[in-house]
Ligand binder design. Structure first.
Ligand SMILES: *[C@@H]1O[C@H](CO)[C@@H](O)[C@H](O)[C@H]1NC(C)=O
Ligand SMILES: *[C@@H]1O[C@H](CO)[C@@H](O)[C@H](O)[C@H]1NC(C)=O
Ligand SMILES: *[C@@H]1O[C@H](CO)[C@@H](O)[C@H](O)[C@H]1NC(C)=O
Ligand SMILES: *[C@@H]1O[C@H](CO)[C@@H](O)[C@H](O)[C@H]1NC(C)=O
Length: 357
């Protein structure tokens, strides 16, 4: 006899009839099978897979087009965030909400922004499917810390793309920052006995709270954030800045403008780290150009300026276990995906049922 577990009550798939071949893949997407982590950056996306035996492999990277890159720069700007405070804004927000609902009812992306995001997600989905040779119906996506990024847009884009958003255990909201995923990718902030909820919680309670400085130097952006971290689930942003004009691609080659550019990076780090009274316990470097010599010198200079502390050892600390800095967040997301699949399988049991074929 063959039993198939169909999670029919999840809001993302509930409106669809699931054909048989998809049902098999849904079954494959559960505990003990490959789990997929996706990392959406400001200009590209990466994916990693966590196998049944719990090892994690990098899968791929794809480039975004200018529509997506522009969307990310809008989301990096807090002033573009919809504000529903004044009576006039409230009217506008109500109209926007109605428009969203009508679009979704018509089977269109909820907003133009959702359309842009889901176009890129669709591309990513088929690239991953081409690599793993299976339909991608469930994933754990992680995102840059952009102040105007709304969870609802991500939710609608994933729904439109046909990917179920895997939900981290012990979290009341969905969006998971790339910084937190990178932390998980290094094995920090996670319990070891994750299959046993009680033991896992005991272990996690003992993880101390630490100030962690995350620095992400990518082709099209530089972001710095200081976060208070104990477990990876902590979304505690002490300060953060994302600059889409301070990416590696914008770095001049001539000495003088280059020095000025690096001084700006240093200034951002000093700004973000200004509340530190002692060195952060960890500095986590992310992004495609995290290993750039000049960038690392700017980081050291900033920490010296802040605290007269030589950060060399902190910069080296994670090198050995890290692999490609660009893949770190996707790898962490894959680990989170594996855990989410396992817990979804259990916690979700009341809204799943068994179909006999
Ligand atoms: C884990 O599984 C993957 C995929 O099946 C395989 O490629 C890899 O070698 C395995 N790793 C270990 C340590 O068994
Ligand atoms: C929204 O408007 C309120 C009141 O005008 C203001 O205090 C707040 O800073 C605004 N928020 C954003 C994100 O612009
Ligand atoms: C870096 O960004 C520039 C400008 O957006 C783009 O032309 C280039 O292809 C990007 N390079 C990589 C390696 O992504
Ligand atoms: C993080 O905190 C800073 C305040 O230091 C704020 O400007 C920024 O918008 C916050 N970012 C997010 C994504 O909440």
């Amino acid at each position: 006899m063959l039993f198939l577990l169909l999670s029919l009550c999840s809001p993302l798939v509930s409106s669809r009839v699931i054909p048989h071949h998809h049902a098999t893949e849904l079954f494959r997407g559960r505990e003990g099978v490959p789990a997929i982590g996706l990392h959406l950056t400001t200009s590209y996306a990466t994916a990693a897979i966590r196998h049944e035996n719990e090892t994690i492999d990098d899968l791929l990277r794809i480039e975004a087009d200018s529509g997506y890159i522009n969307l990310m720069s809008r989301w990096a700007d807090i002033t573009t965030k919809q504000n529903c405070s004044t009576p006039w804004e409230k009217v506008q927000c109500r109209l926007a909400r109605q428009k969203r609902n009508v679009n979704k009812w018509l089977g269109r992306p909820a907003t133009p922004d959702v359309g842009i995001l889901s176009a890129f997600l669709t591309e990513l989905k088929s690239a991953v499917e081409g690599t793993i040779g299976l339909p991608l119906t469930r994933a754990y996506p992680v995102f840059p810390m952009l102040p105007a990024l709304e969870e609802e847009d991500i939710q609608d884009a994933l729904e439109y793309t046909g990917i179920k958003w895997l939900f981290a255990e012990r979290r009341s909201y969905h969006t998971f920052w790339e910084t937190n995923a990178a932390y998980a990718g290094l094995g920090y902030g996670l319990c070891e006995l994750w299959k046993d909820a009680g033991q896992c919680e005991d272990q996690e309670r003992k993880i101390p709270l630490e100030p962690i400085l995350f620095l992400d130097f990518d082709n099209s952006s530089f972001a710095a954030s200081l976060q208070g971290m104990s477990t990876v689930y902590m979304h505690y942003n002490i300060t953060s800045q994302a600059h889409l004009d301070l990416g590696w691609f914008n770095m001049p080659t001539d000495d003088v403008p280059r020095a000025k550019f690096l001084a700006r990076i240093q200034e951002v780090i000093v700004d973000v780290g200004s509340t530190l009274v002692r060195p952060p316990t960890k500095i986590i470097l992310l992004g495609e150009y995290a290993d750039d010599e000049d960038f690392r010198e700017a980081v050291k200079a900033a920490i010296w300026e802040l605290l007269e502390f030589d950060a060399s050892s902190l910069l080296e600390a994670n090198m050995m276990k890290r692999g490609e800095p660009m893949m770190l967040a996707a790898r962490g997301a894959a680990e989170m995906a594996g855990r989410a699949e396992y817990w979804d399988d259990r916690g979700g049991s009341q809204d799943a049922f068994v179909v006999e074929l």
